[in-house]
Design a protein around this ligand. Structure first.
Ligand code: ADP
Ligand code: UDP
Length: 237
């Protein structure tokens, strides 16, 4: 499988067409951004970690009954995926207070919830990905009621699978963002990536952050954090 034309260059990945109109190739970059692109930088080796980690997790999720876009890993940074029409909703699941949740509601980070929460943002860079509820998403025709129900069911299932998986690696899954897409026949599948760019991971014993917050918050040790979480994920391969 080979790349043909570049379809899109995002902040963290490039997307290429292939000879098969139903497949594309994503190429993971080391570029890092935060705060809607205001903060820019590079995290050496990030593309490799995110590509390989996302692929492993997508395969695990497939086995557990969550359909995904994953097809085949081509190299350290490149993967063949099913081409989807992205549903323009960022789906955020939280197990523990952190980030914008803590800020919005004026609570400290690290409060474990009895039940996971879900929220949606409208995926629109010009608007800064504003928080949106499902009524508004329906009004804007971003997805149908049925699609939103399917997305919610899959998102909570992803949480159950990943929470247990990471717990076994000594990692607390704090929160994460998912994107879903539609195949030509309308099937909803998990798309984009699952990586330290899109999840918060805290060491179970020390609460050390093993994710992009180290970059967002200028904490240092960014590359080492990506290496550490990757080491744990690949240890059991
Ligand atoms: P951004 O667009 O936020 O800068 P990226 O740099 O990660 O993000 O770019 C990857 C783009 O590809 C995103 O817009 C994402 O929604 C999209 N995408 C992810 N998976 C697929 C897929 N299977 N088919 C088509 N587009 C996808
Ligand atoms: N997230 C993401 N992309 C975004 C916004 C959030 O991957 O555009 C992830 C983020 O890494 C975290 C979770 O979603 O794991 C919740 O993020 P939050 O809403 O707390 O926002 P932030 O603090 O990152 O602004």
């Amino acid at each position: 499988m080979e790349k043909t034309v570049q379809l899109y260059e995002g902040k963290a990945k490039k997307v290429y067409a292939t000879a098969d109109e139903n497949l594309c190739i994503v190429s993971y970059k080391d570029d890092a951004t935060a705060f809607n692109g205001l903060k820019k930088g590079t995290i050496a080796g990030k593309g490799v970690v995110n590509n390989r980690m996302s692929n492993m997790l997508m395969q695990l999720l497939e086995k557990q009954g969550v359909p995904t876009h994953y097809v085949e890993e081509l190299s350290d940074r490149e993967t063949v995926v099913k081409k989807v029409k992205i549903v323009p909703l960022e789906v955020i699941i939280r197990n523990v207070s952190a980030g914008s949740f803590a800020k919005r509601y004026g609570v400290e980070e690290g409060i474990a919830f009895d039940e996971p929460t879900i929220e949606f943002s409208y995926k629109n860079d010009d608007l800064g990905d504003p928080l949106i509820n499902t009524y508004h998403a329906l009004a804007l025709k971003l997805a149908t009621k049925q699609e939103i129900e399917t997305i919610k069911t899959y998102a909570f299932k992803v949480n159950e699978v990943l929470k247990n998986y990471f717990a076994a690696l000594g990692v607390r899954l704090i929160d994460f963002k998912l994107e879903f897409g539609k195949l030509p026949d309308g099937t909803i599948v998990l798309a984009d990536e699952i990586s330290p760019d899109t999840c918060r991971f805290w060491d179970i014993k020390t609460n050390e952050k093993l994710d992009k917050d180290r970059f967002r918050r200028d904490m240092g040790g960014v590359e080492d954090a990506y290496k550490e979480i990757f080491k744990r994920v690949t240890a059991g391969e």
